[in-house]
Write a protein that binds this ligand. Structure first.
Ligand code: FE2
Length: 376
């Protein structure tokens, strides 16, 4: 009997106090949201979804929501100079402000996280229009980045109250991107474990993988990384910090140009990476390139794969294997002028890891770019 009670207690303690249904949207603060929306539609294959601005009663900013399958981006730009969004852009350049997470109960998500030490960004707020209600709340994470909790089970509109459906005649076709696989944060020197603890204590995440500077170092520079995952594995946040090397870490270059901690890359999932990357490339997306020697012994390293080697080599797609399967991945160059945010395109074929076998080749590619910028 005692044992049963004890095990019951354990189960209760282990229950997920912050059940997440996945990423609801990623919101970027940018200098020119109209042009950014056009870029993501044209180059990445997003569709127009919703618009908010003066015409919908929002006076100080304009937002464009765009969507591709389960992937929703919001591009926001300020209309006034004395404005928190304008300050954010002045300091960081274009970047990710909100990693919005879908929850069943946004009030509870806020209470659970703030009572565990999460810093309030936005108390639960009910937004309503004729399509129903969205409840939103939020807490701060690293840098000026914020996690919003979005409850939309009683909402049937295009995106959320304050927005109107955005229909356009310009609708470039999809590139096959499906959902956010993971979002990586760059934090300052010796700050990684602080943020690991934040995700454990405040949000109930677990550390599922760790990479030290031995794993992630080239001849010149190094970084360390820990991957945090929520209970059901739908939301994964790797956290990077710079490490000492002969030259400047790529994380440090990011911190210098972003003026602090922030989102380094968002990984977007596809079911056919060869097709997706081929299309993205044709539409002008620029990718990092590894030397062709990477492919010489690829099959010896990763074993048999379903894909032909030639298109992978031509596009520069990387492959890595873990105990559960393999994955294919590729990284874009930064998508703004500062060397800060970039995207990863990833196709998982069983593998749940993050491409550790590619780190060296990849970081050498990043360093070549860093060197060209004079920041190595
Ligand atoms: Fe990644």
């Amino acid at each position: 009997m005692d044992t049963m009670i004890a095990s019951k207690k354990n189960t209760v303690e282990q229950a997920d106090f912050l059940p997440l249904q996945g990423t609801d949207y990623v919101e970027f603060y940018v200098g020119n949201a109209k042009q950014a929306a056009h870029f993501y539609k044209t180059a990445f294959g997003f569709q127009s979804l919703a618009y908010a601005g003066p015409e919908t009663g929002i006076k100080d900013k304009v937002s464009y929501a765009i969507r591709q399958q389960k992937l929703t981006f919001v591009l926001t730009t300020p209309l006034k100079k004395d404005n928190a969004i304008a300050e954010h852009i002045n300091r960081h350049g274009d970047g990710v402000k909100f990693l919005a997470l879908r929850v069943d109960d946004a009030r509870d998500a806020w209470h659970q996280t703030t009572k565990r030490g999460g810093e309030n960004f936005m108390k639960p707020e009910v937004l309503t229009d004729k399509h129903g209600e969205v409840i939103m709340s939020g807490i701060k994470t690293y840098g000026d980045t914020v996690h919003l909790f979005i409850e939309r089970k009683n909402y049937s509109g295009a995106f959320m109250p304050g927005y109107t459906e955005w229909k356009t005649e310009y609708n470039p076709s999809s590139t096959g991107l499906k959902y956010v696989d993971h979002c990586v944060g760059n934090v300052g020197w010796n700050q990684m474990n602080k943020w690991v603890k934040f995700y454990e204590d405040v949000m109930g995440f677990r550390n599922i993988l760790s990479f030290d500077d031995e794993d992630i170092s080239t001849e010149y520079s190094a970084l360390m990384s820990k991957v945090m995952s929520n209970g059901n594995g739908y939301v994964k946040f790797p956290i990077n910090e710079p490490a000492e090397g002969k030259k400047k870490s790529q994380v440090e270059e990011y911190l210098d140009f972003y003026n602090g901690e922030g989102v380094q890359h968002v990984a977007l999932a596809t079911d056919n990476i060869v097709e997706t990357v081929g299309t993205l490339k044709n539409r002008g997306v620029e990718f990092l390139k590894v030397p062709s020697s990477y492919y010489e012994d690829l099959i010896d390293r990763v074993g048999k794969i379903d894909e032909d080697l030639e298109p992978l080599k031509e596009l520069g797609i990387l492959v890595d294997r873990d105990e559960e399967g393999y994955l294919l991945q590729i990284f874009t160059k930064p998508v703004e002028d500062r060397p800060t945010l970039f995207f990863e395109i990833i196709q998982r074929k069983g593998a749940k890891s993050f491409g550790k076998g590619n780190f060296k080749a990849l970081f050498e590619a990043i360093e070549r770019e860093q060197g060209l910028r004079g920041n190595l």
